[in-house]
Design a protein around this ligand. Structure first.
Ligand code: SAH
Length: 242
């Protein structure tokens, strides 16, 4: 009984233009190295028909433009400049130990939503939650997941790195596997533009663990990004061969 509101178009056959969206420059660096992409000078540095889109650093704050607003901004801008056949999101996330996940484990997103959107109005609630099924079919998800050694499930987004007790109850009820700050925004843009979307998340911190997410994130960022980079190469190969 699917409970999402939106479904993205299916995976394209032999996509030519792949748009790779990564939220932070530090996440993009190991991957860019492997794929021969340029992290700076984004959005839209193209190599081998892969456009790498990173929202970049805010000049006032000097930090990466993380979160849903800048994700939607950077993706929309990149799509308008050069429409891709598929969007691939690679990024870090909080994982759930109660679902059997550990640091540097991978999650292939089946669906995504804004878990912190609360709007008690019919219709608008569904718009704000933006619960969206990503492009790979169940069979494609299973095949990709076994190739990459990833789990398949709900990767949920919000504007916060930390978590409230209400959100923890929601995550347990919905069996959420991963929690990030961009995927649901990318899905909303892809839904509005009818562009296929695939997402692979790497766990930097455990949401249902007593250690604050920020500390675990900083400690595990490098290791998790290496693991993500390692998995992205076969993921892109599989997507292009499908
Ligand atoms: N404190 C970090 C900032 C990272 S913010 C620093 O010093 O660099 C978190 C980023 O990683 C977001 O882009 C988000 O998508 C992802 N992320 C990792 N763990 C997360 C979690 N537990 N909850 C939400 N987002 C998380």
């Amino acid at each position: 009984m699917p409970d999402w509101t939106h479904e993205l178009p299916p995976l394209p056959v032999h996509p030519n233009r792949v748009l790779l969206f990564i939220a932070m420059e530090g996440e993009a660096a190991p991957l860019a190295g492997r794929l021969g992409l340029n992290v700076r000078g984004t959005p839209g540095s193209a190599a081998n028909s892969i456009d790498l889109v990173v929202p970049g650093l805010d000049p006032t704050v000097g930090a990466d433009r993380i979160g849903p607003a800048y994700a939607a901004w950077a993706l929309t801008r990149a799509i308008m400049a050069r429409r891709p056949d598929i969007v691939v999101n690679i990024g870090t996330a909080g994982g759930f130990a109660s679902q059997g996940l550990g640091i540097a484990d991978l999650v292939l997103a089946r669906d995504t939503m804004f878990h912190d959107a609360r709007v008690a109005l019919p219709g608008f609630a569904a718009i704000a939650r933006a619960h969206t099924r990503l492009s790979p079919s169940d069979t494609e998800l299973d095949r990709l997941a076994s190739d990459l050694g990833a789990r398949v499930g709900l990767a949920s987004s919000g504007s916060s790195l930390d978590v409230t007790t209400d959100e923890l109850a929601h995550f347990a009820r919905t069996r959420t596997l991963a929690k990030d700050m961009e995927l649901a925004a990318l899905a909303a843009v892809c839904n509005a533009e009818r562009i296929p979307l695939v997402a692979l998340k790497g766990v930097t911190d455990l949401v249902d663990h007593h250690e604050p997410a920020a500390e675990a994130f900083v400690r595990n960022l490098k290791r998790t990004c290496e693991r993500l980079a390692e998995a992205t190469v076969p993921l892109l190969r599989a997507l292009r061969a499908s």
